[in-house]
Design a protein around this ligand. Structure first.
Ligand code: SF4
Length: 354
């Protein structure tokens, strides 16, 4: 239940999207005010509901030419799923009740647009109702470079092949100085924004993300949020904002990254609610990265979505996540109820299901 202190915080006159950088830095240093405001805005926007999606991750390959320093997933001699293996995973997902397949993978040498379209078509042919949430801006950038069409035509082709929405991953921190340190070969901030803008203009919604808790500063995080805010004001194409805490296991960045404590995680989720309100209304915590307990606690301070069931999770697991790879819809509902909130199953695009 909400505390009286939270209930007494009025947001009638608050326009946090107009906060300038200095004000955002200031509220970070006033946790009580930050938490109260975040919770009041969450309550005003989403009431007592906390949503989740029944989905399955499929990482079709871990072979990658990239060199991101936070990555424990990539291999130069890893696996590549066959069509049959992908089909079998989708069949199991449908049996589980999944409404979404989240399809992402490494940047395998030589993969072209047709390969990416083929995977979408393969799934859509047998499971036409399944929503396909696929391919990060980095993957779109990569396939466009390996094929004749540019980004615009690539996304148009992917959409024709069945793409429903795109993950806004590969954003990491949209500050090139930080990117040079953590993922020097990845697309630049500007290129990430260009791919996202094109997707939105072509009617392909995306999520938005932040990889935080490594070498970035608070100001870097705020610059990142400001960029997302500007894009959303312009296109309205973001469905949600997902906070992705850095996982330090088995990767070079983990050796130099600072460690952040639970309070900082909670503050970061609260800050996202405050800064992005009212442009992005869905703020998601990752149960697989934060752990179930801490993820649940974020719903008291701004978060209204706990993501998906996943069914399999390789990225965080290889980087040290202790969580299981799958959570059932029943477990998610119980977790949300234990936090005093009302669970709601949703589609990828936040339509209420069931
Ligand atoms: S994060 Fe993605 S692009 Fe970067 S090395 Fe890992 S698999 Fe490759």
């Amino acid at each position: 239940m909400l505390s009286d202190a939270c209930r007494s915080t009025s947001c009638e006159d608050v326009s946090p999207h107009e906060m300038d950088r200095e004000e955002m830095m200031a509220i970070w240093n006033e946790p009580v005010r930050l938490f109260r405001l975040a919770n009041a805005l969450r309550e005003m926007t989403c009431g007592e509901e906390v949503s989740f999606v029944v989905n399955r991750n499929i990482n079709f390959t871990n072979i990658c030419v990239g060199s991101c320093r936070f990555c424990a997933f990539r291999r130069s001699d890893g696996y590549k799923l066959t069509k049959e293996e992908i089909s079998e995973k989708v069949r199991a997902a449908e049996e589980f009740g999944a409404t979404e397949i989240c399809l992402q993978g490494g940047l395998a040498p030589g993969m072209v647009l047709e390969d990416y379209c083929e995977m979408l078509e393969l799934i859509k042919r047998d499971y036409p109702r399944m929503h396909l949430h696929a391919y990060s801006p980095m993957e779109v950038f990569y396939m466009s470079k390996n094929s004749v069409p540019g980004v615009w035509d690539s996304i148009r082709e992917l959409k024709r092949a069945g793409l429903g929405s795109m993950p806004g991953t590969a954003a990491e921190v949209l500050v090139d100085r930080v990117r040079r340190e953590i993922c020097p070969e990845k697309l630049s901030s500007e290129e990430w924004c260009q791919v996202i803008n094109i997707a939105h203009r072509l009617g392909v919604p995306t999520t938005s993300t932040l990889l935080y808790g490594h070498v970035e500063s608070l100001e870097d995080r705020i610059i990142h949020l400001e960029i997302l805010r500007r894009i959303q004001a312009d296109t309205g194409g973001f469905t949600e904002f997902v906070l992705l805490p850095f996982m330090p296991g088995n990767n070079p960045l983990g050796l130099i990254a600072r460690r952040i404590d639970p309070l900082e995680h909670l503050k970061m989720h609260a800050l996202a609610r405050v800064v992005l309100h009212p442009l992005i209304t869905n703020i998601q915590a990752s149960w697989v990265k934060l752990g179930r307990d801490l993820a649940g606690r974020t719903t008291a301070w701004g978060v209204n979505d706990l993501g998906g069931t996943l069914m399999e999770e390789n990225i965080s697991r290889t980087a040290g996540s202790k969580e299981s790879q799958c959570i059932t819809p029943g477990e998610l509902k119980e977790m949300i109820e234990r936090c005093g909130r009302r669970p709601v199953q949703r589609s990828t695009l936040y339509e209420r299901l069931g």
